[in-house]
Design a protein around this ligand. Structure first.
Ligand code: 5RP
Length: 264
């Protein structure tokens, strides 16, 4: 691997081999998502604890301090909205020139395996990887499911993740699922877990993150389960303990309670 590519990946994946990315890209198809109406305010107390920020160029320029930012993973796919016909009909919406101008550590795009636009999203991933390889920029592929959350099982996510890796993604972001080891063992590049809609309890979040880490994930890219929580800093610290400090579910729960008590 070339120095630039290696250096960018090392900025994102820490020396323990793990990473905790903070995604705030949801507005690119959902608009002003709950608790992300003002992304700058949402991320202010959290950025110092994030190993990477997953964000569009619009929010990056408008809401993120260029002098005080974690490494950026720039979302470069889009073109659909939550009220539109089909969330899978995405294209590449941001150029590599722009990614370089913004000094990003990686770019990210969604693929929609099994959807009507499977072909387009996969060919776009191939093109993006081709261009990014020229400049040493890693691509994170997101195995998106659109509105079909029930697709999140090991067979589907394993298939999507493997295809993303075959197309040259350096990191795959997918959902946690039962038998998650089937996803990670079939995917020859590092896998990070997204969270999906907010869980009922924090313990549920700690349980799936812990399970996924035991089963081969290198980290998380968790948004709503952090910043839609009433105590996002406490959530961030508790999850960091699982990702970077080998904490158990109960350890994370203890961190959450201690930090929540401090914040009250
Ligand atoms: C949205 C995304 C998000 O980055 C991803 O879904 C992670 O966020 P969450 O944990 O809230 O699901 O790709 O387009």
């Amino acid at each position: 691997m070339d120095w630039g590519m290696e250096n960018r990946l090392a900025r994102l994946i820490q020396s323990d081999g793990h990473c905790m990315f903070l995604p705030v890209d949801h507005g690119y198809f959902q608009g002003p998502t709950s608790r992300l109406e003002n992304p700058g305010e949402t991320i202010k107390p959290l950025v110092s604890m994030a190993d990477g920020l997953f964000v569009t160029r619009g929010v990056l320029r408008a809401c993120v301090d260029s002098r005080n930012s974690p490494p950026v993973i720039l979302r470069v796919s889009g073109g659909t909205s939550i009220i539109g016909k089909d969330l899978s009909h995405e294209s590449l919406i941001t150029s590599i020139r722009e990614a370089i101008r913004l000094n990003v550590a990686a770019v990210g795009m969604s693929i929609f395996v099994g959807s009507e636009y499977e072909y387009d999203s996969l060919v776009n991933l191939g093109k993006l990887v081709d261009e990014c390889e020229d400049y040493g920029i890693p691509v994170m592929a997101v195995t998106a499911v659109g509105k079909e959350l029930e697709k999140r099982d090991a067979r589907y996510l394993g298939l999507s993740s493997r295809i993303a890796a075959e197309f040259g993604a350096k990191v795959v972001k997918t959902y946690w699922c039962e038998n998650f080891e089937k996803v990670t063992t079939g995917c020859p590049v590092p896998v990070v877990m997204a969270g999906g809609p907010k869980c009922e309890t924090e313990r549920e979040v700690f349980q799936f993150v812990y399970d996924g880490m035991q089963k081969g994930a290198i980290g998380i890219n968790l948004g709503r389960n952090i910043w839609q929580n009433k105590y996002p800093v406490a959530m961030m610290k508790a999850l960091r303990a699982i990702v970077h400090k080998k904490a158990t579910v109960q350890d994370a729960q203890d961190v959450l309670e201690t930090e929540r008590a401090k914040a009250k």
